[in-house]
Design a binder for this molecule. Structure first.
Ligand SMILES: CC(C)(COP(=O)(O)OP(=O)(O)OC[C@H]1O[C@@H](n2cnc3c(N)ncnc32)[C@H](O)[C@@H]1OP(=O)(O)O)[C@@H](O)C(=O)NCCC(=O)NCCS
Length: 148
């Protein structure tokens, strides 16, 4: 996690819709935060297809994002939480995740996090579960067609 000399978070605006998003800026945020495979139209569609989104702005600059998909009843999955490196370590990631969680009317919210990021999610209540399975298809990470 990048630390910054600025101790305080500036006034941040949180948006729960896509109206203000510059999709290239969003892609740039994922490049900066080194989250791979998030590019172009595929990235744009992934956010547009997510019912719950959070975009954090410092003035005109996009400084944090997160999104969730949900059935609106039982289950949700949080994805793509990313904070601009210059804004990390000041509570913004926590705010983005809490903003998503507050809007999810479900009892189970899941996510995938590498071991080094798990302590961050643990602080907002996530815990590892042994009975979760996943199937990965790397062929579909970059250039699979959009959902029919
Ligand atoms: C992980 C990430 C979202 C955290 O956002 P952030 O704004 O830096 O986090 P916060 O400032 O809200 O941190 C809250 C707490 O989590 C801790 N924390 C944050 N990132 C951490 C990490 N990678 N490992 C361990 N602890 C972490 C902080 O120290 C802080 O603890 P404290 O309250 O005891 O001081 C951000 O660092 C990021 O965008 N990383 C790159 C992209 C990424 O890995 N995203 C996650 C994809 S699953």
């Amino acid at each position: 996690m990048a630390k910054t000399d600025e101790p305080k978070l500036p006034d941040i605006e949180f948006h729960n819709n896509h109206s203000r998003v510059d999709w290239q800026e969003l892609e740039g945020l994922f490049t900066l935060t080194k989250l791979g495979g998030r590019k172009g139209d595929k990235l744009r569609r992934a956010f547009l297809n997510s019912q719950v989104v959070c975009y954090a702005y410092d003035g005109d600059r996009l400084v944090g994002v997160g999104r969730a998909i949900t059935d609106g009843e039982y289950h949700a999955f949080v994805y793509d939480v990313a904070i601009h490196p210059r804004y990390q370590g000041r509570g913004l990631g926590t705010k983005v995740v809490r903003t998503l969680l507050n809007r999810l009317p479900v009892w189970r919210t899941m996510l995938v996090a590498s071991a080094d990021v798990q302590p961050f999610y643990a602080l907002v209540g996530f815990a590892p579960y042994p009975d979760v399975m996943a199937r990965l298809n790397p062929d579909k990470l970059y250039d699979a067609p959009a959902l029919a």
